[in-house]
Design a protein. Structure first.
Length: 523
């Protein structure tokens, strides 16, 4: 029994056994033979091996085209095959006839594969005129055939046919169109490249929306709730599994698109990819993984987290120096060990020119024996905030329903910026509230209490707003933070809305006069 070196899919191989699938052969597919007897005398043991291999090929539902005695045969029903001349025989007849069977590898990579649905059966076969023919048979026995100029076009046509034949399999993205709500704002443009797939763009961002059915096919570690995948990184996940939705579908082969999208997923979501696939990403194939590995290996070094040209007015002997804030391990946050050092610009620039696998570096790490001048400013003293608020409502003097509403809102709990949970009453009494404000929408004033965070924290927090009723707004002793110009503008907004929605002539005249008076007062 002779053994032939492994060959790559896409290389004409005559009747020999080509590597199974797309990757390396497992060794079983390297046996040479165009039949049970190649004229050199084949032992009974070898014949049994050939028979077993042939049966495995014929029984594999993923294989849609085979090489039989040097010719390309295609699957034609369950357990049936059709020759180039149109003859149709069963798998059992092929085996009984002593034919050596192998997956058809005379086509480029990707020429024979199951579609993304995993159900429709189709094969892409080269036509006689040098173009490409797309042949498909669905699980409902519907059949299609067409010719295209390129392999990618034929592949895209077969995928589109499969999806059109089974739209219920893919679901829908609902009535997603212009103005629809998306995670990035109202949609300005929406396209539907495939059933159950929508590509949206907004004023500032965009992404891909998958139907519930398609999203369920994404492995859990990579799946995004709601089926939304933003365009900068997460869209790689959606298009890795559904390349027919990519802009290049029909101009590039499916496998080429899958390879590109897979590389993007490895690059930006290495942990999720490894969990979803069970594969370990090799060094050099993921920017984020290689970056994390570098930081882990340099956890004890001082690494720059920010830098600026040193100001001679701030530091002595600062000409040509860079003020670099460094932290152990490059950590950020209030608990990080930070200091500021002055580094010559040439040292700083040269210290960033390195790479680690797919990560190109770009950060400065303090050399072990460096003696750069430490110019860390002294810590700022923590000043206790004077924000002490009270609740001024006289509950006994107001209607019972009003008092009950205010008490209910004061007892409502809120998640604060530091992760703690407090009632509105506690936020007021603990000094978290620094003011209150009003916003206008559709002619209506909406009232808010401003939560500026822990008054004893050295780090200022962003201000959050808590919606309340007008009664509760009045009951909390905190300043109205609106400027006079905003107060006037809001009054005009309310008057204009009332004027636009006036139902009588008298009401329109009254609101018009109020608008004019407000404008004169602010001019």
């Amino acid at each position: 029994m002779s053994v032939q070196p492994r060959v790559k899919p896409g290389v004409p191989t005559g009747g020999q056994y080509a590597p199974w699938g797309r990757g390396e052969s497992d060794g079983l597919g390297d046996i040479v033979g165009t039949g049970f007897d190649d004229g050199q005398g084949v032992s009974d043991e070898d014949a049994q091996i050939v028979l077993a291999l042939s049966k495995v090929v014929l029984d594999d539902p993923n294989i849609e085209a085979i090489r039989c005695d040097g010719e390309s045969w295609v699957r034609f029903g369950n357990g049936m095959w059709r020759s180039p001349s149109g003859e149709v025989v069963t798998s059992e007849e092929l085996l009984a006839g002593g034919h050596a069977i192998a997956p058809d590898s005379d086509l480029p990579i990707g020429a024979t594969e199951r579609l993304a649905s995993g159900r429709a059966r189709g094969a892409l076969l080269q036509s006689l005129d040098g173009g490409w023919g797309a042949m498909g048979r669905s699980d409902t026995l519907a059949f299609t055939t067409s010719e295209h100029a390129t392999f990618a076009e034929a592949e895209a046509a077969l995928v589109a046919w499969d999806q059109d034949t089974h739209p219920q399999r893919w679901g829908t993205t609902g009535k997603l169109g212009y103005g629809s709500k998306t995670p990035w704002g109202p949609a300005q443009h929406v396209s539907h490249p495939a059933p159950g797939v929508a590509v949206v763009s907004t004023a500032g961002h965009g992404g891909v929306k998958l139907s519930r059915e398609r999203n369920a096919m994404i492995p859990a570690p990579l799946r995004r709730p709601g089926g939304w995948y933003e365009e900068d990184g997460e869209s790689y996940i959606a298009l890795m599994h559904f390349p027919e939705a990519a802009a290049q579908a029909g101009r590039r082969s499916r496998q080429s698109l899958v390879n590109e999208m897979t590389a993007g997923v490895k690059n930006w979501f290495p942990d999720e990819y490894e969990e979803a696939t069970g594969q370990t990403i090799p060094f050099g194939e993921s920017r984020l993984k290689d970056e994390a590995d570098w930081y882990a290996a340099n956890a004890e070094r001082e690494i720059a987290i920010s830098a600026r040209m040193a100001d001679p007015g701030e530091f002595t002997d600062a000409d040509g120096m860079v003020a670099v804030t460094v932290a152990r391990g490059g950590k950020r946050g209030d608990d990080a060990e930070k200091r500021v050092i002055l580094v010559p610009k040439d040292d700083y620039d040269s210290g960033q020119k390195y790479s680690h696998g797919a990560w190109t570096g770009g950060v400065f790490a303090v050399p072990k024996d460096a003696t750069y001048r430490d110019v860390t400013p002294p810590p700022k003293p923590v000043v206790k905030s004077a924000r002490v608020r009270t609740i001024t409502a006289d509950f006994d003097a107001m209607p019972a329903a009003t008092a009950l509403r205010i008490q209910s809102e004061l007892n409502k709990r809120w998640l604060d910026q530091d992760g703690s949970v407090r009632t509105l009453r506690q936020l007021v009494e603990d000094g978290y509230v620094n003011g209150k404000t009003v916003m206008v929408s559709n002619g209506k004033r909406n009232y808010y209490i401003q939560d500026a965070g822990d008054p004893n924290s050295a780090k200022p927090d962003d201000t959050l707003v808590i919606p309340v009723s007008k009664d509760t707004w009045d009951a909390i002793d905190a300043p109205d933070t609106r400027e006079p110009a905003l107060l006037a503008s809001q009054a005009i907004q309310v008057a204009m809305w009332q004027h636009e929605h006036a139902t009588t002539r008298e009401e329109r005249e009254r609101t018009a006069a109020r608008i004019e008076a407000l404008r004169r007062a602010t001019s």
